[in-house]
Write a protein that binds this ligand. Structure first.
Ligand SMILES: *Cc1c(COP(=O)(O)O)cnc(C)c1O
Length: 417
C-alpha cells in the first residue's frame, strides 16, 4: 500500500496534503522518499528555527532522552527552571513567570484563562466579573474551542457552535474599532504582532502603542500571541519589540520555533502588581492550571538548545541581513506579479497580483505558485489565497536565499499569465 493510500484510509482528512513523502532533512534542505531535494522555506510552518536536525539540538535531545524524558510537574524539573529563567532574563527582559505547554493553542488557552481569572480578581465597578476578551478579525490563535473562538475567521468556527461566550472581535490596525468593543465586561486584548495564517499583516507601531494606552486606561491585559513570530523570527528576541519596543505586554504566548521541531509551547505573565501585594503572575495559582507533559525535561532541554543557538550564533543579525537581501532583490526585479512584500524579518508574505499568474480551475494564485516552486525543488506555504509565505530557518545562508530568489523568479516567469 502506498503512503498516499494508507493516509487516505487511516488518517483523518483534516489537511489538504501535497503528494510529497519527506524522508530526511538537514539545515535548510529536505529530501523526499524519491531522493528529490528541496530548499525548505516552510520549515514545518516556522518551527525548525535553527534548521533541520541541528547538531546542537540533536545532541541535547539524545543526551536528555537517555537520562530522563518525563517525570511530572509534581517535582522541580531543573531544565524547566533553567528554561523559564532564560526566557525571562535573556528574551522577555521584564520580570515575570512562565508556564509550559505542548503547543501554541494550549499556550493561548492559558492566556484566555488568565484573562478570565484577572477579570474575576478585578471586577467592574459594580462588582460583576469581567470575563470578556477582545481579539481580531482575520487572526489565528489555534484549533481548541477557546482558541478557535478567539480566531476571528468564520471558516474556522463554522460547524462548531456554540463557541465560547465572551470573545468580541475588532478590526486589526483600527484603534476605533477596538474602543467600540470595550465594555465594563472587558478584561483583555489578545493579538498577533503580525497576523501569520491570516496572510502576513503586521500591526503598526501606532496601533500597538495605542492598544497599550487603551489597556492602561481601562485596566485591561495586553496579551500577545507570538506563537509564530517570537524568538528571533522578526530579527528580534521578541516579536513586539521589532515593531513597538516601548510597549510593555502583560502576557505572551509562544510555541512553533521555540522547540526547533520538538513540540513545546509556553506563556509568560508579568510580575507586575494588579492590586496591593497581588501580582498578575500569581493569578494562576495551585490547582488553577496544569499540563501532564508541559515542561518535561526532554522538551525543555530541546528548547534550551534552540534558544542558546539563537543567542550565540547571533541569528537575529542574520535574519535582518537576509530580509534586506530579499527586499533589495525584489526592488531590483520590480516584478509585475508581486504587488508588495509584507511582514518583517524572516516572516514574509509576497502579495501576488492575481492577474499576472496563470492558475488552473479552483487553484488560488498562492497555491499555484507553491506547487510550481515544489516542482522546482523548494517548499513554501500559502497564507490566504493571494499571498506566498516564506518562513526559512533563522540561520538560512546568503547563498540559499539567493537560490530561493532565483527559483521564485523562474516560477513567476513560467506562471506569467
Ligand atoms: C500556529 C499558531 C497557533 C497554534 O499553534 P499550535 O501549536 O498549532 O496549536 C496559534 N497562534 C498563532 C499565531 C499561530 O501561528
Amino acid at each position: 500500500m502506498s503512503v498516499h493510500d494508507t493516509f487516505t484510509q487511516y488518517v483523518m482528512p483534516t489537511y489538504g496534503r501535497f503528494p510529497l513523502v519527506p524522508e530526511k532533512a538537514e539545515g535548510s534542505w529536505l529530501w523526499d522518499d524519491q531522493g528529490n531535494k528541496y530548499l525548505d522555506f516552510c520549515t514545518g510552518i516556522a518551527v525548525c528555527s535553527i534548521g533541520h536536525c541541528h547538531p546542537r539540538l540533536v545532541t541535547a535531545i539524545q543526551q536528555q532522552a537517555s537520562k530522563l524524558m518525563h517525570c511530572s510537574n509534581l517535582y522541580e524539573i531543573p531544565q524547566q527552571a533553567e528554561l523559564a529563567k532564560t526566557i525571562v532574563e535573556n528574551f522577555v527582559k521584564i520580570p515575570g513567570k512562565v508556564f509550559f505547554s505542548n503547543s501554541g493553542a494550549e499556550a493561548n488557552e492559558g492566556l484566555i484563562k488568565l484573562a478570565r481569572k484577572f477579570g474575576n480578581s478585578k471586577p467592574s465597578t459594580d462588582g460583576t466579573p469581567r470575563p470578556e476578551v477582545i481579539t481580531f478579525r482575520n487572526s489565528f490563535h489555534g484549533r481548541t474551542m477557546a482558541t478557535l473562538t478567539a480566531t476571528g475567521q468564520d471558516a474556522i468556527q463554522k460547524g462548531f457552535a456554540p463557541i465560547l461566550p465572551g470573545i468580541n472581535y475588532a478590526i486589526y490596525n483600527d484603534l476605533d474599532s477596538v474602543k467600540a468593543q470595550i465594555t465594563d465586561k472587558t478584561a483583555a486584548i489578545l493579538l498577533e504582532p503580525i497576523q501569520g495564517e491570516g496572510g502576513i499583516f503586521s500591526a503598526t507601531a501606532e496601533f500597538l502603542n495605542g492598544l497599550a494606552a487603551l489597556c492602561k486606561d481601562h485596566d485591561l491585559l495586553l496579551m500577545l500571541d507570538e506563537v509564530q513570530a517570537g524568538f528571533g523570527r522578526l530579527g528580534h528576541d521578541m516579536a513586539w519589540r521589532a515593531i513597538a519596543p516601548d510597549v510593555q505586554p502583560d502576557a505572551i504566548s509562544w510555541a512553533k520555533g521555540m522547540g526547533g521541531g520538538f513540540p513545546v509551547g509556553a506563556f509568560w505573565v508579568s510580575d507586575r502588581a494588579i492590586s496591593d501585594g497581588v501580582t498578575l503572575s500569581s493569578q494562576l495559582g495551585p490547582r488553577t492550571h496544569g499540563s501532564t507533559y508541559g515542561g518535561n525535561p526532554l522538551a525543555c532541554a530541546a528548547s534550551l538548545a534552540v534558544l542558546a543557538e539563537i543567542k550565540e550564533a547571533k541569528l537575529n543579525d542574520n535574519v535582518i541581513a537576509r530580509e534586506q537581501q530579499i527586499r533589495a532583490t525584489l526592488a531590483e526585479w520590480n516584478h509585475p506579479a508581486i504587488k508588495e512584500l509584507r511582514g518583517k524579518g524572516l516572516m514574509l508574505g509576497f502579495a501576488l497580483e492575481p492577474s499576472a499568474i496563470k492558475t488552473a480551475e479552483g487553484v488560488t494564485p498562492a497555491l499555484a505558485l507553491v506547487l510550481k516552486l515544489t516542482e522546482k525543488g523548494m517548499l513554501t506555504v500559502p497564507a490566504g489565497a493571494e499571498t506566498l509565505r516564506w518562513l526559512p530557518a533563522l540561520n538560512v545562508s546568503q547563498q540559499e536565499v539567493e537560490h530561493a530568489l532565483a527559483l521564485l523568479k523562474e516560477a513567476l516567469d513560467e506562471l506569467a499569465a
